[in-house]
Design a protein around this ligand. Structure first.
Ligand code: FPP
Length: 258
């Protein structure tokens, strides 16, 4: 259980990890890191445990990675916690996933507040159970003045639906004379998405060996660097994040130029 874990500020990094962090911090740190946290079910299956045990373990990794992201000076960490397609899973699993924000934030919120982390959420709020939404909104409210890392949960999020809804809102504004055809461009369209006024991810990480986007931030990932690993999310640790960033630092980003 999370509440048996040491408070965040008392968890010390090993000296090897500290040294690695210092080296990584000498070069550019991606401002926005997005993660598709995959492989919880397989992690559990390998141990003959129910799938929800994998999700529970995955939640602990969220804590660890949030802490490191904050230490590194990453500005925004977007985590794909539940997609609009995940409702197709067995009810017991969906119910469990919907309880995770409460469990996580119930324990972790004071640390997030103290460590200057701001909690945000993107996704279709209206179809979330009220207990899930309440936990998230409480955390958003409690951390709204914080200006350190933004921990952005993608919860009941789906990129195609987001884009179609964006188009519908553009049409609506067009009809009301708020936007003209000339005014519509990539920048103005971006403001109709759930990520409005936030920079696109610089680095996308997907765990568990699957090489696909699964309806995640399709518009926003146009120029993002991708890093895939076979590691299952519950096994993902600080060294893996540092490795991903190191690879990122050695990539040349050209954004379509030369
Ligand atoms: C995909 O693995 C993972 C999910 C659908 C859920 C991810 C959620 C967490 C890691 C916990 C989130 C924590 C908070 C605080 C909200 P999978 O189940 O598809 O794994 P599999 O592909 O091996 O079956």
């Amino acid at each position: 259980m999370l509440d048996k874990m040491k408070p965040w500020k008392n968890t010390k990094n090993s000296s090897v990890l500290r040294d690695k962090i210092e080296v990584i911090k000498e070069q550019s740190i991606p401002a926005h890191v997005a993660i598709i946290m995959d492989g919880n079910g397989r992690w559990a299956k390998k141990r003959a445990l129910p799938r929800i045990a994998g999700h529970h373990e995955g939640m602990k990794v969220v804590r660890k990675i949030t802490k490191l992201a904050n230490q590194l000076g990453i500005k925004r960490l977007t985590l794909y916690a539940f997609s609009t397609e995940n409702w197709k899973r067995p009810k017991t699993e969906v119910d469990y996933l919907m309880k995770l924000p409460e469990e996580f934030l119930g324990t972790f919120l004071p640390e997030l507040v103290e460590e200057n982390v701001r909690v945000e959420m993107m996704g279709y709020k209206e179809s979330l159970p009220s207990h899930t939404l309440k936990a998230i909104e409480r955390a958003m409210n409690a951390t709204k003045e914080n200006n350190g890392l933004v921990l952005n949960f993608a919860l009941n999020y789906g990129s195609r639906a987001e884009i179609v809804d964006g188009v519908k809102r553009v049409l609506d504004d067009y009809k009301r004379g708020i936007i003209s055809e000339e005014m519509l461009n990539e920048d103005s369209f971006s403001t109709y998405l759930m990520t409005k006024n936030t920079p696109d991810p610089d680095l996308l990480i997907r765990t568990s060996g699957e090489i696909r986007l699964s309806n995640f931030m399709l518009w926003q990932l146009a120029y993002t660097e991708f890093w895939f690993t076979d590691v299952l999310w519950p096994d993902f640790n600080e060294n893996h994040l540092l490795e991903a960033i190191e690879v990122y630092q050695n990539r040349q980003r050209r954004f379509g130029g030369v």
